[in-house]
Design a protein around this ligand. Structure first.
Ligand code: NPG
Length: 375
């Protein structure tokens, strides 16, 4: 890829209501406050989406913190660099610890600018092996089992190829049993978002009866070894999400026997390039991966769907259609056809931002430029 010069970065904060409230063990969301980045470069513009949530309840990152670290610590380091390529971003930002979601957003924008300039799609760049990807849907915690069954039924009618149920203590075995009884052998998995402790092992083993594809992140993120202990008691495959913040964390977790499957979220691991390294590592170790989701707009969805077309993404992802999240997306909508989404073929992310709509929903906008050094 040809290096380019980063000339300015526009930061847009947008507010988008969710089609339906989404409840997890770490809280309930009814609308999203999202940070989008537009990288203005010598070779044209590129877009990035930051997946940090409003509150630091999924991980330590949160949207205000992400914006602050970008403006004050990350972007100045990139401006200083002169000509750069997306491949240089990780190294240039290495002195700043953590903040993977903020780093991922700017790397994505630079990668998009470079690929748009060279006419290459994200999918081609990643080595996509399919033109469409199998999609699952993540179903939040509901107020009652009948309400849950109603939601799952609607998604199955729409064609989703796998159901993921959010669980927490007090909402686990019974909802899973109810979905199995009503919908038979539909591909089913659960996600605990760190809500259990290793002393719950026997209780979690009750889920083995339901032949789930996997149980995702049952224990807190730093308890990697405890997941290996849990795996000795629970027969269902353990999948890690929050614990996997880098390719190094993935290598360690695999070696410890803490997971049999990994959820890849490019934002959580510092960007698409680190996500690709995790995909490759998992392939070597015969660990299947699947694409996570963080309620992205069409921008993040475009990148995620492209990456989900890589060969070792063998399980359906949380890459649902735009209408599962938003009444109106900021790009052309992703539409489910026979339970699949098409990988965009155009240059870069291959989607266009609806700038009129963006202007309507932007509640904060700032532009960051290189500051001139005093001589
Ligand atoms: O389809 O994008 C989606 C949502 C998938 O369940 C989902 N995401 O814990 O994986 C998760 C959860 C999440 C959503 C996490 C928002 C953080 C923010």
């Amino acid at each position: 890829m040809n290096p380019l010069t980063l000339e300015a970065v526009e930061l847009f904060r947008i507010r988008l209501p969710l089609v339906a409230p989404f409840e997890t063990s770490f809280g309930i969301q009814t609308e999203r406050d999202i940070l989008l980045l537009k990288a203005k470069t010598s070779d044209g513009d590129g877009w990035g989406e930051c997946v940090a949530t409003e509150e630091p309840t999924y991980s330590s990152e949160y949207i205000e913190g992400a914006q602050h670290v970008l403006v004050h610590h990350l972007l100045p380091r990139l401006f200083e660099r002169g000509r750069l390529s997306a491949e240089d971003v990780g190294q240039a930002l290495r002195p700043v610890h953590g903040h993977q979601m903020a780093k991922a957003a700017i790397e994505m924008a630079i990668l998009d600018a470079q690929l748009r300039a060279s006419g290459e799609s994200f999918g081609h760049f990643f080595g996509a092996v399919r033109e469409e990807v199998d999609c699952g849907v993540s179903v939040g915690i509901h107020s009652s089992i009948p309400a849950l069954l109603q939601t799952v039924g609607v998604y199955l009618d729409q064609g989703y190829r796998r159901i993921k149920l959010k669980i927490k203590p007090g909402w686990d075995v019974e909802p899973v049993r109810a979905v199995r009884e009503r919908f038979g052998d539909v591909p089913l998995q659960v996600d605990a978002n760190t809500a259990y402790s290793v002393s719950d092992a026997k209780h979690l083993a009750e889920l083995d009866a339901f032949e789930l594809l996997l149980i995702e992140q049952p224990l807190p993120e730093e308890q990697v070894l405890a997941h290996a202990e849990l795996a000795k008691v629970v027969q269902t495959a353990i999948c890690l999400d929050e614990s996997i913040t880098s390719v190094q964390a993935a290598a360690d977790a695999i070696q410890l026997g803490a997971c049999q499957i990994i959820n890849i979220k490019p934002g959580r691991v510092g960007g698409y390039l680190e996500a690709r390294r995790i995909h490759d590592l998992c392939s070597q170790h015969r660990i299947p991966v699947w694409m996570g989701g963080m309620l992205e707009t069409g921008l993040g969805r475009a990148g995620n769907v492209a990456m989900a077309a890589m060969p070792n993404f063998t399980l359906p992802g949380d890459t649902s259609a735009s209408d599962r999240y938003y009444h109106r997306d900021i790009t052309e909508p992703f539409v489910l056809v026979e339970g699949r989404l098409r990988v965009p073929q155009g240059a870069g992310l291959g989607v266009n931002v609806d700038t009129d709509f963006l202007a309507q929903i932007t509640h904060r906008h700032e532009t960051v430029r290189p500051t001139r050094r005093a001589i």
